[in-house]
Design a protein around this ligand. Structure first.
Ligand code: FES
Length: 448
């Protein structure tokens, strides 16, 4: 990937500078409209009436759409608009679903207005940059990208002939191109649609987020309605957004609500044995220092702590709060919202049985039952020796090999009930249960 060559081939077609904007109860009170035909960029107001009548990402998208289209607009008409709105709760980590972005356009598949929602960081980053919504009309003459620079407060439309079309490559290239360093890659999100979208009417839009653990730009999809097809029809290669910091949208209200739901008696249920506490606190402090006590990286710190300690203990919450300044209520919200975190100590190996739709129809419930019976632990529980935790989870993202089990870090596909003993035996060699399983007892001895 020759980033310098790609960058030097860019030709700026138009630019717009904008002011920083504080959020007021979840709204920046403005949207951004970009006409790809003329390169004209406009900032438009969001009025109180719009907020009252067209609430949420879906509402604002529709309002923006209806300013642009009429009954004759087809999916491939230049005036067909692609709208992106994250909604007034965007990026408020205390509440579920606040990372979602609604994308709306006239669908090539149904020829009606269609919306699709997607996770990842793009919507919150748009909000933090000071826009409630983004509307894109017209078509580029040559392959182009839009760059929304929330650090220097500038939007530009640029011809970009050299970058890949395929999303998995393009997201990597543009993340590399626009980030200052490895840490800054987390501040970049890229929207794109791959080459296939040029040939089908159901092309998806890919939204990237940088996974600092795997060191790759990963993708989430707005899959409904073929909006990726509209995107490529506009000769748009990508929209790149780069944010600076986190703009609180609801700080006072959020804190009020959050403080009402902090568990009060958690300390009594501490999962940590007293004599291990000093050591654990030192490890937690070390992790927080690695992230420079920066509150922006509190989720990353919690991921590291969960990995190392197998739980987010009250001591960890105390340390995180005092070192980063993030309120305990927020920390509890994060720890209880994401399945990756646990307030109670997990087993050395976490067994996740997918019970999502594809796995469910292929017998996931029987697999879960069999694990419960064989390990003698209820779902959601941990074996008394602390070796295994058993968790039902929703889609693990490998539906084509359903039913799926994640055993520690290993993904196992096409799992059948009769495989479970073998799986436990294979992994049991590395610290599995020493007592015989129910299944082994039933069989009257060790299996060879
Ligand atoms: S539903 Fe189980 S992996 Fe998708």
């Amino acid at each position: 990937m020759n980033i310098e060559k790609m960058r030097s081939a860019h030709k700026v077609l138009s630019e717009l500078e904008f002011d920083k904007k504080e959020l007021d109860r979840g709204y920046a009170n403005r949207t951004l409209r970009i006409d790809l035909d003329s390169g004209k960029m406009e900032i438009r107001p969001v009025t109180q009436q719009m907020k009252d009548l067209w609430i949420g990402g879906k509402g604002l998208d529709l309002w923006m759409m209806l300013q642009e289209i009429d009954k004759n607009t087809k999916w491939d008409s230049p005036e067909n608009t692609i709208c992106f709105s994250p909604g007034p709760m965007a990026g408020v980590i205390s509440f579920p679903g606040s990372g979602k972005t609604l994308v709306t356009s006239i669908s090539p598949a149904t020829h009606s207005i269609m919306d699709s929602n997607v996770g990842g960081f793009f919507g919150p980053y748009l909000k933090f940059t000071g826009f409630d919504g983004l509307a894109i009309v017209g078509k580029c003459k040559k392959e182009s990208i839009i760059y929304i620079d929330g650090v220097n407060n500038k939007v530009s439309l640029e011809e970009a002939p050299e970058e890949s079309i395929d999303s998995h490559l393009l997201a990597e290239e543009l993340t590399e191109m626009y980030a200052d360093d490895e840490k800054d890659k987390r501040n970049i999100s890229v929207v794109s649609a791959g080459r296939a979208s040029e040939h089908v009417r159901m092309g998806v839009l890919n939204f990237s987020f940088y996974d600092w653990r795997r060191k790759v730009a990963r993708l989430k999809q707005a899959g409904r309605g073929g909006i990726g097809t509209v995107f490529r029809n506009k000769k748009l290669k990508a929209i790149v957004i780069r944010k600076e910091g986190v703009t609180p949208g609801w700080s006072i209200e959020e804190s009020k609500v959050a403080s009402m739901v902090v568990p009060k008696d958690l300390h009594q249920d501490s999962c940590c044995c007293k004599k291990e506490q000093a050591e654990e606190i030192n490890e937690i402090r070390e992790i927080i220092s690695q992230w420079n006590d920066d509150p922006e990286y509190v989720i990353e710190m919690m991921q590291d702590i969960q990995d190392r300690e197998r739980c987010i203990s009250p001591e960890a919450i105390e340390e995180l709060c005092s070192r980063t300044g993030v309120p305990k209520s927020h920390l509890f919200h994060i720890a209880t919202f994401y399945k990756a975190f646990s307030l109670e100590k997990r087993g050395e190996t976490v067994i996740q049985v997918c019970v999502g739709t594809a796995c469910h129809v292929k017998g996931a419930a029987r697999i879960l039952d069999e694990f419960e019976r064989t390990l003698d632990v209820p779902k959601g529980g941990t074996t008394p020796d602390g070796k295994y935790s058993l968790e039902p989870v929703a889609c693990l993202g490998a539906c084509s090999i359903a039913p799926v089990v994640k055993f520690g870090d290993e993904i196992l596909g096409n799992v059948q009930v009769k495989d479970i003993e073998k799986i436990l035996k294979k992994h049991g060699k590395k610290g599995g249960p020493e007592k015989k399983t129910d299944a082994e007892n039933r069989m009257g001895g060790d299996n060879a």
